[in-house]
Write a protein that binds this ligand. Structure first.
Ligand code: FAD
Length: 369
């Protein structure tokens, strides 16, 4: 199935300028945001997506102020704010409910002048698709699972963007097998409870943790890690004696709606996000990270915006000829920064799930709010 976007009013401004052609592999957050930025810069864009239809699956994303600014620059800030909720007043607790520290949300808000936001994944995907539709002229080929990424850049002028997630075939084709997904030995469970808990933040136990955030009125987004649990019954048992409302959230959320995934990150970090002067990786394909800092989607959005801004800066005259320089600029702007976040997220995971929590809890208690 394929869909051609573009019934809307913004179409005329970009259609037909044909600065260059681009193929984006993957219609997740990173791929769709990249398609929007490229289309705005006048590129002819095709998106290949292995799923047979737009996916409306998943729970929620935290959107840091820097990623909100990237969405503003992509023209999506209003769509984000229409459905996102602010994330404030969150604490780190012990399983008995004792507060250890505040999550640094106030500090983030003070510094950025706007709060961290939470948004449901299906809504963000829909907002990206709606913007593509408004812009027009982007072809999304659903049900197209790319297997031969090397064939994509056969045309000399084609920009190829690997936005195909942690198992990226674009990465393997252009960057080899040196870096790949590495399991960290922990299973994560995520879900949405059909009520507001009124209490947000993370609870850190012995090798386990549980988090709750707002997501939209009347619902609570939650996530849990339990190394030893493989069934919903075991997850519930692992948190049965934790403070309220943790057991209640698990008891009152239908396990059929829970999402279970093995936590992995990309290891070792890539030496570059670009290849051959016309291939670039964004999002999880470039730097998949553990979810502990809640930055997977933020970094994908920042990548997409930085890449497409660099490409746009080559101007209509630059087009494909300007690509090698634009890709170098993208790599310089994003690689170290994204890899630092990935490293920090991995370390936070180790810290939060420490099996001897006494020292950890003492250290956390010293953190500023
Ligand atoms: C269905 C789904 C649900 C998710 N739910 C959550 C959630 O609830 N909470 C959370 O924190 N994170 C979730 N994530 C992860 C989160 O979306 C990403 O970590 C982050 O947004 C970075 O996005 P990305 O676009 O780089 O990668 P991804 O979101 O992984 O998107 C990659 C896209 O590429 C497609 N693709 C992969 N291989 C190929 C191929 N060979 N050919 C064509 N297409 C291909 C995939 O189908 C996918 O649509 C989810 C990811 C997916 C795919």
């Amino acid at each position: 199935m394929s869909s051609e976007t573009g019934t809307g009013t913004g179409t005329e401004s970009v259609r037909g300028r044909g600065v260059g052609t681009a193929v984006v592999v993957g219609a997740g957050v990173g791929g769709l945001a990249t398609a929007i930025g490229l289309r705005r810069a006048g590129w002819e864009v095709t998106v290949l997506e292995r799923r047979t239809s737009p996916d409306r699956y998943g729970t929620a994303f935290g959107i840091h102020p820097t990623a909100q600014a990237a969405l503003d620059r992509l023209g999506l800030g209003d769509a984000l704010r229409a459905r996102a909720v602010p994330y404030r007043d969150a604490r780190i607790r012990r399983p008995d409910g004792t507060v250890l520290a505040a999550l640094p949300l106030e500090r983030i808000e003070r510094k950025a002048g706007r709060p961290e936001l939470l948004i449901s994944r299906p809504y963000l995907i829909d907002a990206l698709l709606a913007e593509l539709d408004r812009l027009g002229g982007v072809r999304i080929e659903y049900g197209h699972r790319l297997t031969d990424a090397a064939a994509l850049a056969a045309g000399p002028d084609c920009l190829v963007v690997g936005a195909d997630g942690i198992n990226s075939v674009v990465r393997t084709a252009y960057f080899g097998h040196r870096s790949g997904p590495r399991p960290i030995g922990t299973v994560a469970w995520i879900g949405i409870a059909g009520f507001e808990t009124g209490l947000h933040g993370e609870t850190w136990g012995d090798g386990r943790f549980f988090g709750m955030t707002p997501v939209e009125p009347g619902r609570t987004n939650w996530y849990a890690t339990v190394p030893e649990a493989t069934t919903a019954r075991e997850v519930r048992a692992a948190f049965a004696d934790w403070h309220d409302p943790v057991p209640r959230v698990l008891a009152e959320t239908d396990p059929a709606t829970w999402i279970r995934y093995e936590m992995r990150h990309l290891h070792p970090a890539l030496p570059t996000f670009v290849a051959d002067g016309r291939v670039a990786l964004v999002g999880d394909a470039a730097h998949a990270m553990t979810p502990n800092l809640g930055q997977g989607t933020c970094t994908a959005l920042l990548d997409a915006e930085a890449l497409t801004r660099a490409v746009a800066a080559t101007g209509t005259a630059g087009g494909p000829a300007g690509l090698p320089g634009a890709l170098r600029a993208y790599d310089t702007e994003r690689r170290r920064s994204a890899q630092r976040v990935a490293f920090g997220s991995r370390n936070l995971h180790r810290f939060a799930t420490a099996c001897r929590p006494a020292l950890r809890d003492a250290l956390v208690g010293l953190l500023p709010g």
